[in-house]
Ligand binder design. Structure first.
Ligand code: TYC
Length: 111
């Protein structure tokens, strides 16, 4: 039985404490999230390229390719990150777009 703490102590019939070692190393890969840009009819292409360079560290060439993909297909991937990093990117992009009065939408989805 657990003795009400972290589960690593146990008692035998005499009430003596013993230590139970964990059998499996407790390691978990973090879940990953895609950060996506959505197309709209108003945000300038150059602005989207700037966002991809500034917040996602893309080259002008890669940024242009991603922007055009979004423009033609409606949605495109900017990068794949752990939850907190992805959330930060989405917030940065949405704040920057709002500041410049563009309707650009950025979302995250679990991989
Ligand atoms: N469709 C926009 C235009 O023609 C460009 C654009 C691309 C907007 C990607 C948003 O995520 C986007 N000006």
């Amino acid at each position: 039985m657990m003795s009400g703490d972290d589960g690593r102590h146990d008692e035998d019939e005499d009430g003596d404490l013993s230590v139970i070692t964990r059998e499996k190393p407790k390691v978990k890969r973090p879940s990953l999230y895609r950060v996506l840009l959505l197309n709209d009819d108003f945000t300038p292409m150059e602005f989207v390229i700037q966002i991809l360079e500034q917040f996602f560290h893309k080259s002008v060439e890669d940024a242009t390719e991603i922007m055009l993909h979004v423009h033609h297909h409606g949605v495109g991937e900017c990068g794949i990150y752990t939850y907190e990093v992805a959330e930060t990117k989405v917030t940065q992009v949405m704040d920057f777009a709002r500041k410049h009065q563009h309707p650009l939408q950025c979302v995250m989805e679990k991989k």
